[in-house]
Design a binder for this molecule. Structure first.
Ligand code: PMV
Length: 355
């Protein structure tokens, strides 16, 4: 009987509180600034990937949600797969001549997202992270998640942060080969388990401007981006890391919202301008701003922090004790929309579906 070489891994999406927007190297996917995110710890927003290596396979093949996806030679998928094969050879096969030569076999990879693909819900992040994790398991690679994050980064920048749970920084790095542009864990989820994320699905349509083309246009045309990279993000990275370590929700919330606002400002400062938020997104901001204003007036500090990626969906970070109240608030302003992703506005809390 021949041995079956197969492994399955799953990775959740992460939602940035300091946004990555801009590449200094488009091939290696090296960013123009460091970023920081929270990896969502829930079942609703995950990619699960199974990889199998077999000498009878004739080509590397990928199925995404059951449909075959092209692996373009030299493209991002091909790069990730060949980097992992190279690591298998270097760290396992060259060390142990009796180890099966899996790096010479073609692989079949099947990946599923349990949420809409490319709707501003970071499907590429969980997708590439799960793919890299599943191949790393298949190949029994003796390397750290940070090393794997260097490979996931070359699939989709933000994917590097999904290799860790909890609060994760992607350090931009300085080396031209990208070997120091990797993810590190700032704190595990267990450090601050009170932080929850509420996902408000405003729309599950595919987004208009992809992050790849959008950020490239921003790098080429936005003067505000230059100010952001040099004068804003470095300090925010320090301040929000400190806030996380000190469990200081006020600072965490203030920086999260300011950084989401500035990311959308640099999108608007792009030529031609890019609009990712819609009227519902802006209405949710208004609700959260007023909710915080009342809370601050009562001396209770910030209670919620909104953030938006390259799409109209809101993610609201809040402490667990306030989540129920925030769900009620959102549902009262946007009624009949609680439920599944098929609705106009599904509301999901990290850890549990909201009923
Ligand atoms: O990794 P990409 O190419 O999908 O870019 C993600 C960009 C944002 O989601 C808008 C910000 C971020 O840091 O995740």
């Amino acid at each position: 009987m021949s041995t079956v070489y197969q492994a399955t891994a799953s990775a959740p999406v992460n939602i940035a509180v300091i946004k990555y927007w801009g590449k200094r190297d488009t091939k290696l996917i090296l960013p123009t600034n460091s970023s920081l995110s929270v990896t969502l710890d829930q079942d609703h927003l995950r990619s699960t990937t199974t990889s199998r290596a077999d000498p009878s396979f004739v080509k590397d093949t990928l199925w995404l949600n059951g449909k075959e996806d092209e692996i373009k030679p030299g493209g991002r998928l091909a790069t990730c797969i060949s980097e992992l094969k190279r690591l298998r050879q270097a760290t396992v096969e060259n060390e142990d001549p009796s180890a099966p030569k899996l790096s010479t076999y073609k692989v079949h990879i099947a990946s599923y997202n349990n949420f809409p693909t490319a709707a501003g819900l970071a499907s590429s992040a969980s997708g590439f992270a799960a793919l890299v994790a599943s191949l790393a398991q298949l190949y029994a690679l003796p390397v750290s998640p940070s090393t794997l994050s260097i490979i996931a980064r070359q699939g989709s920048g933000s994917a590097c942060r999904s290799l860790y749970g909890g609060f994760v920084a992607w350090q931009e790095g300085v080396l031209p080969d990208g070997s120091d542009s990797l993810a590190v864990q700032v704190a595990p989820q267990s450090h601050w388990p009170e932080i929850h994320a509420l996902i408000c699905v405003v729309s599950d349509d595919k987004k208009g401007t992809s992050s790849t083309s959008g950020m490239q246009l921003t790098v080429e045309t936005s003067t505000l981006l230059q100010h952001r990279i040099k004068a804003v993000v470095p300090q925010r990275m320090k301040d929000i890391s400190k806030a996380i370590l000190e469990k200081d929700f006020d600072t965490f919330a203030r920086i999260t919202m300011a950084d989401s606002n500035q990311f959308h400002a640099v999108a608007l400062d792009t030529e031609p301008p890019i609009f990712y938020m819609n009227d519902v997104s802006r209405a949710i901001i208004a609700v959260i701003v007023e909710y915080n204003r009342l809370s601050l007036a009562n001396g209770q500090g910030y209670k919620a922090a909104y953030t938006y990626d390259a799409g109209p969906n809101a993610v609201i970070y809040a402490e667990e004790k306030n989540i129920k109240e925030i769900i009620q608030l959102i549902v009262s302003f946007f009624p009949q929309r609680e439920g599944t992703f098929k609705d106009n506005l599904g509301v999901f809390a990290q850890g549990a579906e909201v009923n």
